[in-house]
Design a protein around this ligand. Structure first.
Ligand code: SF4
Length: 392
């Protein structure tokens, strides 16, 4: 669950641990809630209720009463079933190695104040037994693949749980899990409790630094990965983005392959940065009267729209010879929306054979990308053979 309201949030910890100045800079930008965040909250609530029902911590009528208040689709049912099963699997696994005093806490607040001033978080599922601590985090987003390895949010939760339970359970091993069902990402990372405590000492120092008024800003991958709200105005980020500006963009044919690779490396990030700055500047100009030299605010281009669709239909039927068939267009839901409504399994069973994935247009991506490389020469050869054999 998102741990809102903490000044040094666990979910944003990668950012403030690496860039202590981000805390001060981001405070100037209000939080914007989104539908995605609301959907994630619903999925967490549903997952929590399913686990509690499975553990008989709530009754079936209570479960049904509570889920009746949630906006759930078929896809969310499947994903949260998977999450519940994963948590129960970890619980069973822990039962086989730990004694009977095993504890599973679901959606419980974790106090982080021993390391982070006023810090707290919500552990989706926290499992504690003799010698063992496991933190399981449900990530309902599908935009960025989240790794469990050295995941600072989960490491902070683990530090909080260690502070609370180490004296009782003598914890030696800590396991961090990411369960991100919408992109089939299940990841686990293990470290020793000693290593985590050592890291906790560094966290204490960084947290205090982050709360200082002159904390330094330091740009890195976490600026974009952590969606820093200050990117449009941050000088450190701005300077980082302008690094490749020495390259001569006017005559790319004269750049060698290494230089072109460097441009490619930066192109995507530069486009996103330019978009962030443009959106910020538009908001400032529109809502705060800021004027930027060489720019003015104008009305954008627009298309004609009906003011009242029902009235349009009525008028057409009354005043022309056209029928409903002529004036209305029936449209099938898109594949993503249909899959969301039906859930993955039902979608596959009912529509699987009616869906194909056409070959995508070639695109240059970084070598770490998981998609297999296209051998362009081989493809050209195949095309040539197809032509020789009379294909289209
Ligand atoms: S954009 Fe990057 S460098 Fe700037 S405040 Fe945010 S995290 Fe720090």
């Amino acid at each position: 669950m998102p741990d809102a309201h903490a000044r040094l949030s666990a979910s944003g910890s990668k950012k403030w641990l690496n860039c202590p100045g981000s805390v001060r800079l981001e405070e100037k930008f209000p939080d914007k809630g989104s539908d995605y965040a609301a959907e994630g909250t619903t999925a967490h609530t549903l997952g929590e209720l399913k686990i509690k029902l499975a553990l008989k911590k709530i009754t079936r009528p209570t479960y049904h009463k509570k889920i009746a208040q949630l906006e759930i689709n078929g896809e969310m049912q499947e994903y949260t079933d998977g999450y519940r099963d994963y948590v129960l699997e970890r619980l069973n696994n822990a039962r086989s190695v730990c004694d009977a005093d095993l504890m599973l806490m679901v959606e419980e607040r974790i106090d982080l104040t021993d390391h982070v001033p006023d810090g707290f978080g919500t552990g989706d599922a926290v499992l504690v037994g003799s010698g063992l601590l496991e933190i399981i985090d449900l990530k309902y987003g599908k935009g960025v693949k989240v790794s469990a390895e050295e995941n600072t949010q989960l490491m902070l939760y683990a530090l909080g749980a260690l502070t609370a339970y180490d004296w009782l359970y003598d914890i030696e091993t800590v396991r961090l899990h990411i369960y991100q069902p919408r992109i089939d990402n299940v990841d686990m990372w293990e470290c020793s409790a000693d290593k985590l405590k050592e890291w906790g000492e560094w966290v204490r120092e960084r947290a205090l630094l982050a709360l200082e008024d002159d904390a330094p800003c330091c740009a890195g991958k976490y600026c974009d990965d952590g969606f820093c709200k200050a990117r449009a105005v941050c000088r450190a980020y701005n300077e980082e983005k302008q690094k490749p500006a020495y390259l001569d963009f006017k005559r790319p044919a004269e750049l060698d392959t290494d230089e072109i690779a460097e441009v490619l490396e930066q192109a995507d990030a530069l486009a996103k940065w330019a978009k962030t700055v443009s959106e910020y500047a538009l908001d400032q100009a529109l809502n705060h009267g800021v004027r930027y030299p060489g720019f003015k605010l104008v009305e954008g281009r627009s298309n004609r729209v009906y003011t009242d669709e029902v009235a349009v239909i009525t008028r057409l039927l009354e005043n022309t010879a056209y029928t409903e068939k002529d004036i209305l267009t029936r449209k099938l839901k898109g594949i993503a929306d249909m899959e969301k409504m039906l859930g993955k399994k039902k979608f596959e069973a009912v529509l699987g054979e009616l869906v194909v994935k056409p070959q995508g247009k070639p695109v240059l991506v970084r070598t770490e990308d998981k998609r297999p490389e296209i051998n362009s020469n081989e493809n050209a050869k195949a095309d040539f053979e197809e032509i020789l054999n009379g294909g289209n």
